[in-house]
Each structure stands twice: as structure tokens, then as C-alpha cells.
Design a protein around this ligand. Sequence first.
Ligand SMILES: NC(=O)c1ccc[n+]([C@@H]2O[C@H](COP(=O)([O-])OP(=O)(O)OC[C@H]3O[C@@H](n4cnc5c(N)ncnc54)[C@H](O)[C@@H]3O)[C@@H](O)[C@H]2O)c1
Ligand SMILES: O=C(O)C[C@H](O)C(=O)O
Length: 328
Amino acid sequence: MTKAPVTVTVTGGAGQIGYALLFRIASGQLIGADTPIKLRLLEIPQAVKAAQGTAMELDDCAFPLLSSVDVFDDARAAFDGTNVALLVGARPRTKGMERGDLLEANGGIFKPQGEAINAGAADDVKVLVVGNPANTNALIAQSHAPDVPAERFTAMTRLDHNRALTQLAQKLGTTVTEIKKLTIWGNHSATQYPDLFHAEVDGKIAAEQVERSWLADEFIPTVAKRGAAIIEARGASSAASAANAAIDHVHTWVNGTPEGDWTSAGVVSDGSYGVPEGIISSFPVTAKDGRFEIVQGLDIDEFSRQRIDASVNELVEERDAVRGLGLV
Ligand SMILES: NC(=O)c1ccc[n+]([C@@H]2O[C@H](COP(=O)([O-])OP(=O)(O)OC[C@H]3O[C@@H](n4cnc5c(N)ncnc54)[C@H](O)[C@@H]3O)[C@@H](O)[C@H]2O)c1
Ligand SMILES: O=C(O)C[C@H](O)C(=O)O
């Protein structure tokens, strides 16, 4: 039996991630092949025409699951009744822009979007922030949506997780499907910590199957700096892989993690593993019944502790900076 339609709002729909994402959502890959989708695209006024062009192409695909596509330049209208909000549009850093300027510019986007989600989204709304700095943008949006449970605001580190899976699989000459329980901790930035000390390959701890020098000097920096390497190679930031990770994140959130495995997501900290309560940090998470849960009880050795703390400290600094700007 066909299910009730799910309303999905994508911001930055005319951008490069938007173009790689929308057709996959409309084809049923976000939620499932039995769920019709009502798509709503939010863009800035200058990009509405381009978003309408993408909407025309979506129509031209005649996707059986696509019930409607609407384009908006007003956040309140775009998030009205939204079940899944994908906040992709963000202000990129431009020449001469300081970190504080970037945070402030993004505050001008994510504050009103959080308010609009608070005002009109569906009761079960799930929010994924992709636009950078993703964790802190998610915190800004979340803090302006007091009526929405904080746990519904998440930030994307699934791309980092997927990157780490492939780097490890290539090193060990295995496939990503053989790897379980890998974790990205902290910020979606170069300080993130991809953890192999709990990851399992063929049932054995991954960190014990690789040289410590490869883990410390190649694996961690390769994963953490992959975004910059893609920009260097492509001349533009990752788009199809980012869209793929957004699909994976929401699909897992809605449909659950397999027994005996977990994934990584930026979620609101409850204080687990010494991560200050309230910041949005990447953790090992399972998903069940539409909820993420932080995996508990993992032993964290000194090597991991230092790296988790470094990334979490960066998140605390970002939080303090946006707090200083009155954005949270
Ligand atoms: N978390 C991750 O893993 C990850 C990975 C890749 C990229 N990103 C980030 O995703 C963001 C988007 O990347 P892209 O390549 O699609 O960028 P892009 O510049 O191609 O597209 C961004 C789009 O957002 C729109 N936009 C700007 N402000 C908006 C607003 N207030 N409301 C609605 N739309 C708005 C722009 O008009 C543009 O069409 C960037 O911040 C990028 O750094 C995150
Ligand atoms: O857009 C970026 O700065 C890089 C992006 O977050 C990525 O990880 O590919």
C-alpha cells in the first residue's frame, strides 16, 4: 500500500548539491520506494528562476513518487508542514572574510530558518544541516526553534563517515560492506576524528589491522582534509558525494541502522563522552523508530581522547563565537 506523502524542503535548491540531491529524493531514495514526496525548494530571490528550471526538469522526469514541486523565496512558506528539512544553502567563505564574518553571515540564514521551522513545520520534523559550518549552523537553527525537540536538529558528518569507510576498505583490500562500527567524532572540519579503535573489519578491530603510522599520518589527515582535496581537484566543493551522504543520513534516520552496526551523525550532545551538553557534535549513533541514539559505553584511550577533545574544543569556540554575536 502506498504511504502518505512526506513533505521535504531543500534550501539552496539551485546550487550544485541541490542539483545532485533533488532527483534522488524525487525518485524515492530519501525515505523509501513506497513513499510519495512533496518537494519544496527554498532559494534566495536571485536564484529562484534557476530553481524553477530544476523544478521543470523534475516534472520532466515523471517520477511516480513525486506528488508536487514548489519553489519559494520565503522561509515561512517553504517550511510550512515540512517533515524533512535539508538545509543546504549557506554563505560560502569569500576572499578577505574572517571566521566571525562567516558565522555572522550564516546566522542571517539559519536564525530565520530555525524560526520558520519552529513556526510551521510538521510535529515530526527532522532537520539535517549540510551548509557549512554545518555543526554550528545547526546549533543556530536549533536555538531558534524552542518548540521543536532539540534532537531533531542534526548536522552532516555522514560524508566524512563514507570517506573513512572507503579509505579503510582500500587499505585492507576489502569492501565497505565488511566494515562496521566506524565513527566520526566532533566537527565537520579538519579537526574531526575518524576512529578505527571500535571499527570492525571481518569481526576484528580495524586499528589492529593497520600500522599505527598509517592510521595517524595518512588515514586521519586524508579523511579530515578530503573536502579541501576535492575542492583543489574539482575547483568546486564536493556535490554528488555530499548529496549521497545527505540521502544516507536521512534514510538511516527514518529506516534505522542494521543490527550490530552504527553510523556517524552530528547530534545534540547530552554530555556523553565528556562532550559539553548542547553542542552539536558528531558521535557514533544508532537509529531506531525515527530517533538517533548516541552509542554508550565505548572505551576511549588517550590517543582518541586527545583528538576528540581537539575537535570538540573547536565546536565550543564556534558556539562561543555565535553566542558573542547573539545568534544562540
Ligand atoms: N557537511 C558536508 O559534508 C558538506 C559537504 C559539501 C558541501 N557542504 C556545504 O554545503 C553548502 C552548499 O554547497 P553547494 O556546493 O551546493 O553550494 P552552491 O553555492 O552551489 O549552492 C548554494 C545555494 O544556496 C543558496 N542559498 C544561499 N543562501 C540561501 C538562503 N538563505 N536560503 C536558501 N538558499 C540559499 C544559493 O543561492 C545557492 O543556490 C556549502 O556551505 C558547502 O560548504 C557541506
Ligand atoms: O565545502 C567545503 O568546504 C568542503 C565540504 O564540507 C566537504 O567536506 O567536502
